[in-house]
Design a protein around this ligand. Sequence first.
Ligand SMILES: Cc1cc2nc3c(=O)[nH]c(=O)nc-3n(C[C@H](O)[C@H](O)[C@H](O)COP(=O)(O)OP(=O)(O)OC[C@H]3O[C@@H](n4cnc5c(N)ncnc54)[C@H](O)[C@@H]3O)c2cc1C
Length: 239
Amino acid sequence: MKKDNVTILGGGLCGSLLSIMLARRGMKVTLLERQPDPRKGDAAGGRSINLVVSARGIRALEHAGIFEQIEPLLVPMAGRCIHDEDGATELHAYGQKESEVIHSVSRCCLNRAQLDCAETSHNVTIRFDQEAVSYYPEESTLRVRDHVKGHDYDIKARPLIATDGAGSIVRRAFADTDTLFGTEDLLGHSYKELAIPVNADGEFQMDPDALHIWPRGGFMLIALPNPGGDFTLTLFFPG
Ligand SMILES: Cc1cc2nc3c(=O)[nH]c(=O)nc-3n(C[C@H](O)[C@H](O)[C@H](O)COP(=O)(O)OP(=O)(O)OC[C@H]3O[C@@H](n4cnc5c(N)ncnc54)[C@H](O)[C@@H]3O)c2cc1C
């Protein structure tokens, strides 16, 4: 096994961060991602959402040496602001000290920044539009569909690190073996991205220091601030 070449499947949050960490250790990393390059155009399709980054996430970014590039994307939130059905609000602080905050970040912007650091600063080879359609554990072989050229090809990927997300094709390939066990329980909820733009003066329309939540039984709406003065909302709903 050649230890200095590694293939990572999936260029999401974990795959792109891991690629940087391994490249910093001198490994030659190839990252395969089924989606087009998210740095070119709006690849998120209305499901880009905002994430909460806590101290643990920041530690990982620092460990990878990229926190400086990511920090401008973060908006600190000191508490959660609950909006009840009558329009009243209640603020619950996240920490006991003022410095104990969590951060809002656009998942798409974070992913773009991580991919950019991987490619430009760490020489990671990123191949977009490359979807793994099968994995053969015995042969350590991935069958990949090239969505640009429109054909399938096989690669020996050893070692292979699968960061292909919740529906991992690699994990599923081990389902009939004694090597790896896993269970998948799909959530009964879906989500949709919405937005509250800046007001006429270009400012936030609600308190930017909080994660806003409208809990409504099986439905929930949340709003997280962005550095530009707007909010990204996620509506969770059954189905
Ligand atoms: C609505 C919602 C809200 C969330 N909020 C938070 C939050 O506030 N804070 C937080 O920490 N986490 C949050 N999460 C979870 C967070 O998004 C995940 O933990 C994180 O994205 C997991 O990263 P990942 O790299 O494992 O998977 P993903 O980010 O899903 O990345 C997987 C990548 O692999 C690619 N891929 C998949 N299959 C293939 C294939 N066959 N071939 C090639 N490429 C493939 C995908 O295109 C994708 O780019 C939230 C998730 C959701 C859905």
